[in-house]
Design a protein around this ligand. Structure first.
Ligand code: AHR
Length: 618
């Protein structure tokens, strides 16, 4: 590998190149990053008609001592369904009482010493005497409990109850119970249980959030994906239904990935997440097109207005109609929203172009600085409409992905830049996250880095999977109620975390193995100690070790230092190896100190590996 370290041929890499794509898929948000423990907290998941299914809530007691149904007596206008518990027993109630429990998302993780904020709304015909508790599986064991009492007159109207439970033991598979032994009728609505300790109190599960921080993402695209489109428009994600007080959000059934979300993680929270990650938000909105139905361009204006209102919500003055709602939610300052995507994977749809143009001209007029992303891939055919960026999605086998490291070499240097907003190796090469997939993706990303004069952004997809609900394989981060690990593709992406805003050095690989070997060189500065490094990344996609001879030209020969220089290698015994809850670090980078650093060096690159060298510059 010959590297030209002089500035003559160097080129800046966009600050935005590597970021994240978050989609509400695989319970990534509900039952994942969003730390709310209760699922279906407003009893709306069964639909607006009552009586309805209260799943996953279950009844404690039997028909002789309790009758449970839903009715439409909630005080919240957008979600009228409430739970009605008619307690039939009195002295005859079981000692532990009767009532309901919520198992959360495949069991709540309740940890000894941690505090949980419980909020719910209640109304009753008589004095209230309600035990609120976390128990172990099957209701066995008491992890934390409190008794909520109040006179009949106090609870004769809907009343908000707030309490903190501190766990005295740990269960990974806990449930929240609300029980009583007092005869009468109780109504419950909007029952929430959330750990007090979330990231900055913003509701993000700390361990999952930290995995994102470690990726140093420059942007986060959200909230989908197909989730934005919906199988049908009636079930698409609509931002207005996801903002304001959480109790007033109707929630919705995401009919592509087939699960209910209470929309606690709504548009505001996505913007907050971006800010907390110091990443630019990229808002994907519905353009009047779903998987199965489309709004005609002549009728798309209300959708355009909805998008404009969403921009006002994010950026508008706190006195504006929608900006004031943002301010009321605790964020008077505007969010730094500068990118929007008009739809997701809709380019081939009948009304896409017509609809797109309506969105484009309205947004361009109202917000000239906002960059607008088209779903139409301009890498092979020039766009027939204006755009600042275009989406490029690629899900494929490993060999094809690796070979696509050169795809953008052939793309025209003029026109809008590419946003590789979804990429991943899928199918049998990937399993549930193999080393092979990560290596092929690493090769592809090196190709993107080298072509970052025409590629502004790239993000892997999907980001998260709750192991209890795998709707899509593979994913970057796997978790359950209390465990998590990164797949090899997650760790591979960490090798690119310092590329944002770095400088690409001209490098050329002289090899007979160009089909299995790819390398790049950048210089980057550590923002903490301000030291500068030359970073060389090499993917050996082949089954034999390679002796990589590196010559770095254009540098003072003594300016590279062994001390402080490191090597990190992502590899494993078998190319199909994966991480798992039992072996979360089977395939992770191993870092070592680098000896004999100099202008000319030899490095053995193991078979099926991704190697990173950070050479400290004086
Ligand atoms: O990432 C999973 C899905 O793949 C996304 O929802 C969609 O955009 C793509 O088809």
């Amino acid at each position: 590998l010959i590297v030209d370290a002089s500035q003559a041929s160097a080129r800046p890499i966009p600050d935005t190149l590597f970021g994240l794509f978050f989609e509400e898929i695989n319970h990534a948000g509900a039952g994942g990053l969003w730390a709310e423990l209760v699922s279906n907290r407003g009893f709306e998941a069964g639909g607006p008609n009552t009586p309805s299914n209260i799943d996953p809530w279950s009844i404690i007691g039997n028909e002789t001592n309790i009758n449970v149904e839903t009715d439409r007596t909630s005080i919240f206008e957008r979600n009228k369904v409430a739970l009605r518990l008619e307690v039939l027993c009195d002295n005859t109630c079981p000692a532990d009482g009767v009532g309901v429990y919520n198992p959360g998302f495949w069991g709540m993780n309740i940890e000894q010493g941690k505090k949980y904020k419980i909020v719910f709304y209640a109304r009753s015909t008589g004095p209230l005497n309600l035990v609120v508790s976390f128990t172990g599986p099957n209701g066995v064991g008491n992890l934390a409990s409190t008794v909520i009492t109040g006179s009949a007159s106090y609870f004769s109207n809907w009343t908000k109850v707030e309490t903190i439970l501190e766990a005295k033991a740990t269960s990974r598979n806990s449930r929240l119970q609300l029980t009583t032994t007092a005869k009468g009728v109780i109504w419950l609505d909007q029952v929430s249980a959330i750990p007090v300790d979330t990231y900055k109190g913003h509701g993000f599960r700390n361990d999952l959030f930290q995995m994102l921080v470690d990726m140093k993402p420059s942007f986060i695209r959200f909230p989908g994906g197909c989730f934005v489109e919906g199988e049908s428009l009636r079930n698409a994600f609509r931002w207005k239904a996801s903002v304001g007080p959480w109790e007033e959000r109707p929630g919705h059934f995401g009919d592509v990935w087939k699960y209910w979300t209470d929309d606690g993680l709504g548009y505001f929270e996505f913007l907050q997440l971006s800010e907390d990650l110091d990443a630019l938000p990229i808002w994907v909105f519905n353009n009047g097109v779903s998987h199965t139905d489309e709004v005609d361009t002549s009728a798309v204006l209300p959708f355009v207005q909805e998008a404009l209102d969403g921009l006002e919500f994010a950026r508008g003055d706190p006195t504006s109609k929608w900006g004031s709602l943002r301010a009321a939610m605790g964020h008077p300052e505007p969010f730094n929203l500068k990118y929007v995507a008009v739809g997701n994977e809709d380019c081939g749809k009948k009304n896409y172009r017509g609809n797109y143009l309506r969105f484009y001209s309205a947004i361009r007029h109202a917000y000239p600085d906002i960059k607008i992303i088209s779903n139409c891939d301009a890498s092979s055919t020039p766009l027939d409409h204006p755009a600042d960026l275009y989406d490029y999605h690629i899900y494929t086998g490993a060999d094809d992905m690796f070979s696509r490291s050169t795809t953008f070499n052939r793309v025209t240097r003029s026109g809008p830049k590419a946003f590789v907003s979804e990429y991943a190796v899928t199918g049998k090469d990937a399993g549930q996250g193999s080393l092979l997939a990560a290596l092929a993706e690493a090769g592809f990303l090196i190709g993107l880095e080298k072509n970052s004069d025409i590629i502004d952004m790239a993000s892997y997809a999907p980001l998260f999977v709750n192991a209890n609900d795998r709707r899509w394989n593979p994913d970057a981060i796997v978790f359950n109620s209390f465990q998590l690990y990164g797949t090899p593709s997650y760790w591979m992406q960490l090798f690119f975390a310092e590329s944002n805003g770095a400088t690409l050095l001209n490098s050329s690989l002289q090899t007979n193995s160009s089909k299995t070997l790819i390398a790049s060189a950048i210089t980057w500065q550590n923002s903490v100690d301000k030291k500068t490094y030359i970073r060389i990344k090499a993917v050996n996609y082949g089954a034999s070790a390679v002796n990589l001879k590196i010559s770095i030209n254009g540098l003072d020969p003594n300016s590279l230092q062994s001390s402080g220089s490191t090597k990190s290698v992502l590899t494993s015994a078998n190319v199909m190896d994966e991480n798992s809850f039992s072996q979360p670090k089977k395939v992770v980078p191993i870092q070592s100190l680098l000896q004999n650093v100099g202008k000319d060096m030899n490095v053995i690159v193991p078979p099926h590996s991704f190697t990173l060298l950070d050479l400290l510059k004086e």
